[in-house]
Design a protein around this ligand. Structure first.
Ligand code: N01
Length: 556
């Protein structure tokens, strides 16, 4: 039973309302968290900045936006009826369909009545006397909660680049991560795209179809593998559905990245040139993220990695007609896979169109944005619309926007000033009852996000239920356990090639952000086992304190 009076179903929380849990964010993580906590009979208030559910899929509405994990796997597994009944139309569903799915889930599980939309959480302060959090939303009154769960997303804090003159541009300006809800029509317009990460790689071929001229400004070339997207047949859907128990089990327990696929049994150098090439070719034809799992050492052995990188560079040269453009598009700044690999539909081929130009800004950068043009060292490019595909303050950016005050008045931003510190990516010492879903120090962005979200949500819900059943007031990571976990996360990362790239995994895309490899690269299955072992041993590495006597009586 709820430890606190029910305040469920109110449009706005009122002053003094007390909840068992406040959840920040109503994306895939926040929605499932709400569903699980409600299942425990707890009172929950979810605050969501957008005016609808869906998180990433609510904000990222840019042309060509799709998931890069196959939809039959990038979907909730917690409800068998849901996964048996929902029909994905394509191998990689487009953003509107994923958003429709999020809305379907919200309706199906009656989630909206506990979500307060168009509301950010601005502040959360832990009161050491009552062991409760005091949460300040951007609208409505301050509420209290025993638990605060950050379901704020890893790629949700869109980053505007600091380019001179940007605010004086007179044409249309869009950020891919904050795309407007109204239709954007580029027909007949001169469009510039700044950035060549996944968002640009997905949007460029689509924008190129209608723009009169598209100029893509590239600072760093990225590796991209064809998606080979196609409509799903009912036979294909059925084949997945009938094997779901094994597919989901494998993704959770055995996989490295939360995706059901063959596990490589050998390294790239164990095969001869012809055999290796044939394997890369076959994965290239198949398309998708599993290109990188053809061998088991591409992330750790540079010579092995070079064989895959060279293959992709060769494919790029084969697609792009103009040799100078092909050369620019061939990445040479990082080992393949050490920045999140991109999945595209005709990205490289788009540069064969007469209306598309690639501009290399690696050495010169963009000098400034004029009211009607992008100025580089070489010349001015006149444009009508500007698309900023410049990424996110990843993993910590959305957490940092909330003023979180823990024990002794210390803020989380102070504690994380030199880089995020967590135990298991779930909690941070000094911040009792504050959980992060898919936070830094967990596999998170290195995985199929929904698999990692479900794992964290289930672990947190089980933990909250355990506390409720035993009359416990707080759970808090121990410093020693946290230090050891942070050291372990760093040690595992340093055994790989990942730190060699200036990636958002490393915080390298944000000036001044500490360079630390943020996610845990030990693998989804291994990580789950560690978390399960910790809880099985009575939450080893966490301190728990009991409720005061009278509160224990009220909670039972
Ligand atoms: O962002 P990014 P993204 N001047 O950071 C450039 C996920 N995602 O939105 O590399 C000029 O990857 C920057 O250049 P550089 C996915 O996990 C998933 O594309 O810093 N250029 C880079 O080229 C992905 O990894 C899907 O040299 C500037 C680009 O902008 C993550 O989101 C789809 C600049 C930013 O690339 C982020 O992808 C889309 C400046 N001042 C995204 N500042 C799916 O398929 C930045 N850049 C699910």
């Amino acid at each position: 039973m709820s430890a606190l009076p029910s305040t469920s179903g109110k449009a706005h929380a009122a002053a003094g309302d007390a909840y068992d849990a406040v959840v920040v964010g109503a994306g895939f993580a926040g929605m499932y968290m709400l569903h699980r906590l409600r299942g425990l009979g707890l009172s929950v208030r979810v605050y969501e900045q957008g005016d609808g559910v869906g998180g990433t899929w609510y904000w990222n509405r840019y042309p060509g936006a799709r998931c890069d994990v196959e939809s039959m796997q990038y979907s909730y597994s917690f409800s068998d009826e849901l996964q048996q009944q929902w029909d994905w139309s394509e191998r990689y569903a487009p953003q509107p369909e994923i958003l429709k799915y999020a809305n379907h889930v919200a309706d199906r599980f009656d989630l909206r009545r506990d979500i307060q939309f168009s509301t950010r959480v601005e502040r959360a302060v832990f009161d050491e006397g009552s062991n409760l959090w005091s949460v300040t939303p951007s609208q409505g009154d301050i509420v209290t909660a025993r638990h605060v769960i950050l379901a704020t997303g890893c790629l949700s804090n869109a980053r505007m680049p600091d380019i001179k003159g940007l605010k004086d541009f007179k044409g249309e300006v869009y950020h891919t991560g904050h795309w407007p809800h109204h239709a954007v029509d580029f027909t007949g317009k001169r469009v510039a795209v700044i950035g060549t990460g996944s968002s640009a790689i997905q949007s460029v071929p689509v924008i190129a179809e209608t723009a009169s001229r598209l100029t893509v400004f590239q600072r760093t070339a990225n590796f991209s593998i064809p998606a080979r997207n196609a409509a799903l047949t009912s036979d294909e859907r059925e084949s997945f559905r009938s094997r779901y128990p094994e597919i989901r089990r494998f993704a959770r327990e055995e996989s490295r990245n939360g995706i059901f696929t063959e596990m490589p049994d050998r390294g790239a150098l164990d095969d001869g040139d012809n055999e290796r090439r044939a394997k890369y070719q076959s994965r290239w034809e198949r398309g998708g993220l599993t290109f990188m799992s053809v061998y088991n050492n591409l992330a750790i052995d540079k010579t092995a990695n070079d064989t895959a990188a060279n293959f992709v560079r060769e494919m790029i040269a084969g697609i792009v007609d103009d040799p100078a453009t092909a050369k620019l598009l061939q990445p040479d700044s990082h080992p393949i896979g050490t920045k999140r690999i991109c999945i595209d539909s005709d990205y490289y081929a788009a540069f064969n169109r007469p209306n598309v130009t690639l501009v290399d800004i690696k050495s010169t950068g963009i000098d400034e944005i004029l009211p009607n043009a992008v100025r580089t060292g070489a010349r001015d490019y006149e444009i009508d619309a500007l698309v900023l595909a410049t990424g996110f303050d990843a993993m910590t950016g959305s957490v940092a926007k909330i003023d979180i005050v823990g024990r002794d008045g210390k803020t989380l931003n102070e504690k994380w000033a030199e880089g995020p510190r967590t135990y298991l990516g779930l909690m941070s010492a000094g911040f009792p009852n504050l959980f992060v879903i898919t936070g830094p120090g967990s596999p998170s962005v290195l995985s199929n996000m929904i698999v990692s979200i479900e794992q964290h949500v289930d672990w947190i819900a089980d933990c909250v239920g355990y506390m409720r059943d035993r009359g416990l007031a707080t759970i808090e990571a121990e410093r020693d356990a946290e230090d050891k976990w942070v050291a372990h996360v760093n040690e595992v990362a340093s055994g790989t090639l990942y730190p060699q790239a200036n990636s958002w995994y490393m915080g390298a895309n944000i000036p001044g952000k500490p360079r630390i490899f943020m996610p845990y690269i030990g693998g989804v299955g291994a990580y789950r086992q560690i978390c399960n072992d910790v809880s099985a041993r009575g939450y080893e590495g966490f301190q728990m304190t009991p409720l005061a006597k009278e509160k224990r009586a009220a909670a039972s």
